[in-house]
Structure formats: C-alpha cells, structure tokens
Design a protein around this ligand. Sequence first.
Ligand code: CO
Length: 434
Amino acid sequence: MSNANITAQMLEFIQKSPTCFHAVSQLKEMLEAAGYREWKEAEDWKAEAGGKYYVTRNDSSLIALRIPVSEAIKGFAAVKGFHITASHSDSPAFKVKEAPELTVEGQYVKLNTEKYGGMILSTWLDRALSVAGRIVVKDAEGLASRLVNIDRDLLVIPNVAIHMNREINKGVEYNPQIDMLPLMAGGLENGGKGALLALVAEEAGVKAEDILGHDLFLYVREPGKTIGLQDEFVLSPRLDDLQCAYASMKAFVESKPQKYVNVCAVFDNEEVGSGTKQGADSTFLEDVLMRAGEAMGVTVTGYRQLVAGSFLISADNAHGVHPNHPEKADPTNRPYLNGGIVIKYHGSQKYTTDAYSAAKVKELCMRAGVPFQTFANRADAVGGSTLGNISASHVSVSSVDIGLPQLAMHSAVETAGAKDTEYCVRMLKTFYAE
Ligand code: CO
C-alpha cells in the first residue's frame, strides 16, 4: 500500500479516536474485521494453534495476541517467545470535572476542566473544541459503559486580546484554572447547570439522571491533513502516540507469525505516568502473557523460557530536529521528518535501547528496506519518559525504544512526516513475520 493511503487511513483512525476509549474501540474494530475474538479477563481462556485473541482493560488499554501455526510448531513446543509492540492510546487533553458548568456574570457558561498530562497550553486557544469520552449509565442489568462524542463544534478557549496584554508575545504563564476554561454558551437559565450532561445524554440516547459516572475530555475538532509543497508533512492532533498505535496494529493484523506469539499492546495513561490498573506500570501485560502461556498449556518454567526468548519494541513518537531551533537537538543524533524509524538512546536507560536491541531493530529495518535514524537527548537536557522501561520492569524482556519523528510534541496539533507511518508498518511487519 502506498504512503499516501496509509497516511490517509492513519488520519482517519486519529479523527475517529478523539479519546483513548475511542482509540481502543477503533483498534477492536480492526481486530474483529481480521477475525480476532475477545478474551475476557474474568473468564477462562483456551488457546489454539493459529488462534487470534485480544483482551481489553478499562476499555482504554488493549493487548492482542496471535499464536503461530506452522509445520515447525508442534503443540506449541517450538514457540520461541513473544514478539511484542507497545504504544499508547492517550494524549494530553483537558478533562471535564464533575458539575462542570460555571457562569460568568450571567452572560457566559464555561466548563470547569483540569489538565490530563502535560500539554503546550497555548495551542488549545482559539480553536473549535468539543467533548468526548465514556459514560457509565445505570440500566436494567446494572452499570454499562458507553462511548460518547459530541460531534459538533461546541467550545472555544479564547485568548486575551493583545490590547489587553501588550506583553503577550514575550511569553505568558497560563493558569489552567483561570486561562484555560472553555466557553460553551451564552447566558443560560439556572446558570447552565447540567447543560453538558444533558447534551451528552442526548447524544448517547440515555437519561441524564442515569449517567452516574463520566470520563470526558476536550478534543480538537480540526481533522488531520497533509501539508507542504509535496504533501510531505502530516498536521494532526494526537500523533503522539496514535501514529505508532495505528502503525503497530496495522502491521500486527496483516502479519502471520512463524515461531513467536505476536503481541500488540496499546496502553492508556502513558501521559500521566502509566501508574493505573490499565497502564504500562500495571500487571496487565504480565497477566495477559502468563495467562496466554497457561492457555497454551505451558508450564511456569516454560513461560519463563518464552519470556527469555521474547523481544519488545516500545513505539512512542520521537522529536525531530526543529526547523527554527536546530540547536535543541543533539549534535550527532538528529532525526528528521520522513527520515524513517527513530531509535532512541538514553545513557541512564530511560530508553531501554542497548547494543543488542538496537542491532536487532536495525537488522529488521535493513531487511524491510526502511531507513532508520537515531535520537539522544542533548547531555544538558532532560527528556521525556516512555513505555519501554516501565513495562520491562514487569515483564523483563530484551527491548528497544523507537518512535516516528515529529515536531511540536504535546501541542494540540502536531507535525510529522507523511512517509514515516508506512516505514513503521513495513518494519513491524518484518518483525511480526518471524
Ligand atoms: Co508519547
């Protein structure tokens, strides 16, 4: 498939994924279409040769598995280990608080929100925004979770006019409780109390009083697009990390393993430290791999042997050299957009890449005919963290940190390369075909 097609599909995936819950729902659709069936954590699992399964937790993290079937695999005895990719489903956004409506002088209704993750606050100003997420509703059988997306231009967080702040271009400190609350309506009766949940209820086709819980986030309405003289760039919300999540899942569903159990893990809550029951710093991956081993009839020792033979590729976007600030990049490790897979290194091992795992991913790139480049932080800069070392602390396997190069990470709208998604798919298909 061409670059342009894969980029268009990836942008459609991102547009249909305004929140982590929607992203996981989209991933499930890709899996169901490819013949995967759900393993529920509260039920018994049985694995068959050639079996295709997936597990979700909290509707916001997902792990899919494909068990090999080939002449070489007799009763799973020749399975060598797990071939795992890990990416994340969440992006920084504003979370809607309980009882969110706030009124200003009887003339405006705005929403009370708080930060989820670390975003570039100013980039959320003066854009059409809306609200999406999941609600938990009381129904005849108990409590049920539903996805919601208010699919219309609903909100704006307006800037303060330059005439009211002449210093605005010298850098502004934004207070999230004061400066970042979105305007939803003009003056409403009763101060607009309950107006948002009423809208959400209408959208979900339920009664507002039956909504007992919600995880609702603001999202940018603007759809992703390609830009540049030759359409060489992608401009879209949530490229970190839905670009890698999409590429990983696409490679996963289109590959047939030979000697490894293929695993595609997409975790929620990377942007807030991964420390939730469904995050990378939970038992989710370990639980699923151990139970998959059991379902295959593997002993405890056999499971340890599988882990020893496993490999994990943590795929989370990377910083490309910035056109206006090339000095921010390391002097010799300088990734560019459309330059291919970025292998990330960190002396103190915030990135898990080591000589062996770097060699492994370079060899995969070479076999796939995909370019690769390297990233390291400047020695005088503190970088971000990611999934690899967190998940490796639970399932200790050989692992590498990679990403696709992008600009403006954690802006409301980020920029990446139009070729790199296809490179990632091609490299991961080589990995998943082993
Ligand atoms: Co990320």
